[in-house]
Ligand binder design. Structure first.
Ligand code: ADP
Length: 620
């Protein structure tokens, strides 16, 4: 094989297209790659020539031809045309040569660079995209080489590095030039690590610059590889001031929530409704019900399982109704809950419902309270109340019975008493001084006893009548009424030289007979309970919003405070009959009358300093 034929084999097997042409463009020879690149056979190439396979509009075609003419060779990118008309980028290397006396020929190698072009374009696009992303992000990206020299950075770095890091960056300068001096040793170590393949992260707090509040940045340092070698590093800076502040606020809120949960004895819960997960806080679950929070957390049905079977359906249906059939934001219920010792606690459970924009409940946060004690106290109170009611009824009944008894006794006793009295009078009339002295004395005792019995019976009758009196209320002018009372006592008043002053008194609505008796008893006592002086009695009235307040003040013997209440009890007396006559019924009657007129009665007094009896009468 000649040298020539070796080249021929090489050319025939090459991947690039080979062309042998005359200077006018006539194609003399091609290799197989040329045919498969353009789609023409050698014969066809010979017919169409160079003009048929190179686009005459290829930019740079003229320059190509001129340079080849001048220098004898050229390399250039042109546009090729395939047999099917498709145009494609080609890389053309062409040389003019002359062998011996033969005419000039050109030898041209053409490479299809469609694929390379496509890749280049792709790279350009992806680079542009990258650049766009980098320039549109808020994050800072700085690229440095192995000598820590700043190679490139994005727009955000240009705009914000001063504000975020307190320093500007300059291409070509060492990254350490823009670091705070005290951080330089640390950074040197860090970059050394990164350039050895490590990825480093750090969160740095930059103190306030130019009046801004402090800035927190998250910095990442990563090595840049090229063909498996580390050629530099990329530094990525993120402003996390706001995130950090939010995190801290969240932490504080959580902390507050935690402490609030601790401060209350309630069992606090947070129910993620959609995932049906419950998160529990505070010690309430343990202290009230004896359960460990972590154990409860392991079982999604922990709570439901422990609600009293009799209360469960009701509790769930009420809760579902509020959650899914209303827009309410609060839920509350009371039910029984089984404690760890298997006894049931009465709980009051309440929650705040968080809904999404559609109103669907997504979360409910609440607190459970053990109200067993309250429940017991409530039940006890109800029981006590019932007992009190029963007792009051019993008392009322016994009062009615007492009144009835007093009435019957006093009424029915009158007749036999009258008989005893009249026969005693007869006995006295006929036999006085006819029997011996002792007999006379006995008769006198008997007459006296009968007299006393009579007053007692009359007083008792009065007392019992207050309760059974059904006279309708009328307007009573108390000024007139007092004159009447004074008339009743005129003899005693004269004898004792009593001085009675009466302030202006109102007209009240009430039972006239009873009001007369009330004033009569009180004025009577004021005259009666005197030592040696003449009684001085002041009767006055003050009008109040809902009632009248009356005062009957005397200058008499006074009453020890120990007896201020007792004197209003029937038959209660402080003196012997020999000192002051009386039955001990008067004030009991007064109390009853005042109470029937919606009022109260009481006394202010000290022994030896006179007494003031106060009572009120309702205006209506
Ligand atoms: P009586 O006067 O028949 O004993 P009361 O019920 O009217 O019964 O009075 C009860 C007691 O209150 C009297 O025994 C007397 O000790 C005391 N008392 C009543 N009014 C006065 C008064 N104005 N001053 C001092 N003590 C009085």
């Amino acid at each position: 094989m000649t040298d020539y034929s070796i080249y021929r084999v090489m050319i025939e097997n090459a991947l690039d297209a080979f062309f042998l042409t005359k200077p006018d463009g006539t194609i003399l020879d091609v290799n197989a790659a040329a045919s498969s690149m353009f789609g023409y056979s050698l014969e066809e190439f010979k017919v169409i020539g160079r003009q048929g396979i190179i686009d005459i509009d290829s930019p740079g075609l003229n320059a190509f031809l001129e340079e080849r003419r001048k220098k004898g060779k050229v390399i250039c990118e042109l546009i090729g045309i395939k047999k099917n008309g498709e145009r494609f980028p080609i890389w053309v290397s062409s040389v003019i040569f002359k062998q011996d006396e033969q005419e000039e020929k050109t030898f041209t190698i053409i490479q299809d660079i469609t694929e390379r072009k496509r890749k280049e374009q792709e790279l350009r696009t992806s680079e542009a995209n990258m650049r766009m992303i980098l320039d549109n992000t808020d994050e800072l990206f700085i690229i440095i080489d192995r000598n820590l020299k700043v190679i490139n950075f994005n727009k955000a770095t240009e705009v914000k590095s001063q504000q975020l890091l307190g320093v500007p960056f300059e291409k070509g300068k060492s990254i350490l030039d823009s670091a705070q001096p005290e951080r330089v040793p640390l950074l040197k170590q860090l970059y050394a690590d990164v350039l050895n393949g490590a990825v480093r992260k750090s969160v740095v707090e930059i103190p306030a610059i130019h009046g801004n509040s402090k800035v927190v940045v998250d910095i990442r340092y990563s090595p840049i590889y090229e063909d498996g070698l580390i050629v530099g590093a990329i530094i990525n800076v993120r402003d996390i001031t706001e995130t950090k502040a939010k995190e801290e606020e969240l932490l504080r809120t959580n902390e507050r929530f935690f402490f609030a949960a601790k401060a209350t004895n309630d069992a606090i819960w947070d129910w993620d409704i959609q995932n049906d997960k419950v998160f529990r806080v505070g010690d309430g679950l343990q202290s009230m019900f004896g359960y460990d929070k972590s154990i409860a957390a392991q079982d999604d049905t922990f709570w439901i399982q422990r609600v009293h079977p009799e209360d469960l359906d009701d509790m769930i249906s009420k809760r579902e109704k509020i959650l899914y059939h209303t827009n309410e934001l609060y839920w509350e219920d009371e039910y029984r809950f089984r404690k760890s010792d298997d006894t049931y606690a009465h709980v009051f459970d309440k929650g705040y419902i968080i809904r999404d924009a559609n109103g669907t409940p997504v979360r409910m946060i609440g607190a459970t309270q053990d109200v067993s004690q309250q429940k017991e106290t409530e039940a006890l109170l109800v029981e006590l109340n019932n007992r009190l009611k029963r007792r009051a009824e019993e008392l009322a009944n016994s009062n009615i019975e007492l009144e009835r008894f007093a009435y019957i006794a006093s009424h029915d006793l009158q007749e036999p008493l009258r008989m005893v009295t009249s026969f005693l009078q007869l006995l006295k009339k006929r036999y006085v001084e006819k029997l011996d002295e002792t007999a006379d004395q006995y008769i006198a005792f008997a007459v006296d006893g009968a007299e006393r019995m009579k007053t007692l019976i009359m007083d008792l009758l009065d007392y019992s009548r207050v309760g059974s009196n059904t006279e309708p209320n009328e307007n009573v002018d108390l000024n007139i009424l007092i004159e009447e009372v004074k008339g009743v006592f005129s003899k005693t008043i004269d004898e004792s030289k009593a001085h009675i002053t009466v302030g202006p008194l109102p007209i009240v609505k009430g039972n006239r007979t009873q009001l007369l008796q009330l004033f009569q008893n009180l004025i009577g006592n004021a005259i009666k309970y005197q030592k040696d002086e003449s009684p001085v009695i002041q009767i006055s009235c003050t009008e109040q919003e809902e009632e009248y307040l009356f005062e009957i003040k005397d200058n008499g013997i006074g009453i020890d405070p120990a007896f201020h209440e007792k004197i209003f009890v029937i038959f209660h007396r402080l003196h012997s009959r020999s000192e002051y006559t009386g039955t001990g019924i008067g004030l009991a009657i007064c109390k009853k009358i005042v109470e029937r007129h919606n009022g109260k009665i009481w006394v202010k007094s000290m022994p030896g300093q006179g007494s003031s009896f106060f009572f009120t009468l309702g205006k209506r």
